[in-house]
Ligand binder design. Sequence first.
Ligand code: AMP
Length: 435
Amino acid sequence: MKVLIVGGGGREHALAWKCAQCARVERVFVAPGNAGTAREPKVLNVDIAAGDIEGLLRFAGRERVELTIVGPEAPLVAGIADRFAQEGRACFGPTRAAARLEGSKAYTKAFLQRHGIPTAGYAAFTAADFDPEFVRAQRLPVVVKADGLAAGKGVVICETHETALDAAQRMLSGCFGTAGNTVVIEEFLRGEEVSFIVVAAGEQVVPLATSQDHKRRDDGDKGPNTGGMGAYSPAPIVTPALHARIMAEVIEPALRGLVLDGTPYLGFLYAGLMIAADGTPNVLEFNCRLGDPETQPILMRLESDLVSLCGAAVRGCLDRVELSWDARAALGVVMAAGGYPDHYRTGDPIRGLEAADALPGKVFHAGTRPVGSQVLTAGGRVLCAVGLGDSLAAARREAYELVHAIHWDGAQYRNDIGDRALAGPGIRMIKGDSP
Ligand code: AMP
């Protein structure tokens, strides 16, 4: 069978690599892919943008693609799953209506409240009804969020009421385009952040292995927020008891709520959670897709067949699926271009990829481009080097051996991925100093 992966980042490289391992799969297309997917056996890049829904649909029809897996959120929020369904083509990803869980924060906050799922207190405003007094009455810090997709930049944690008012006004006056037509003013939560990812089909659900990422750019969880500088699986903070709470208090009521609201969910569902000191799993956000870079270590540990998993979800028989996981830990270190997440350089030749190929572990590409025999940097996050090991510490050693084999001008990466987990089990406070 033929499979199409939509997207061109590190997550999509991992998806393509994993799908290609399935014996039934003769070809995996990636649209548009990157230099890493271009080098994978059985995988072929296709020059169609992830947002070109009609182009993707025509291609899937022409090539008789039997399963399409959508990596990034934008085509999902734009309705790619609906268009594929209209044409009778299997597409693993939520409909536009269900993808609003990521596409609109105001919608999601109302959804969470309506279905009794724990989350921070909030209010939503448009320019017409914005109430500065509401903002001034909030405890500090206060969180201001643009409602729509803002490429990870639409959340501002404000230490003063003035900066909160300023952030809200800037959003409402269009600094994120229509994404800021509505703003959400939210209570600041303390605790430890956890990503929890499941495969869902209606109320059927299979949780993936646990994971945790590092969002800040610099060592010690300092510096600007990024798309993610590294991740590991499993996440020791997610004890069996916490796992059970997250399923019972967040995932199951959310999937039930989506069915009740008439927008049943199909696809990967990612809950970004802030675990309070008493263990309450507060929802910070939902994403309607896999996380990047969490996907890379998670899929390194997945022993089951990913194509069968997604196929079972599309057919609505997830209840018959049981996943098997490599008992070892996996840890991924993101290598980014100099300057990331602000202005960064592209077009630098990457050296050492062949040397890295000879080492244990796996280098997934993200922002890379093949030019002749060279691989050039082509994005902010360039590579994610993933190690496997009997312990998180061993996985980390393997990952950094890969990182140390690879060079380009201005490459930057964190040296402490996994530190929080290695510091010991239990909930440690990383935001603020009191519960
Ligand atoms: P979001 O896109 O909503 O997940 O927000 C991005 C990041 O901002 C999260 O990963 C958190 O680190 C932080 N954040 C968002 N909302 C809150 C909140 N209510 N309290 C504390 N931190 C938050």
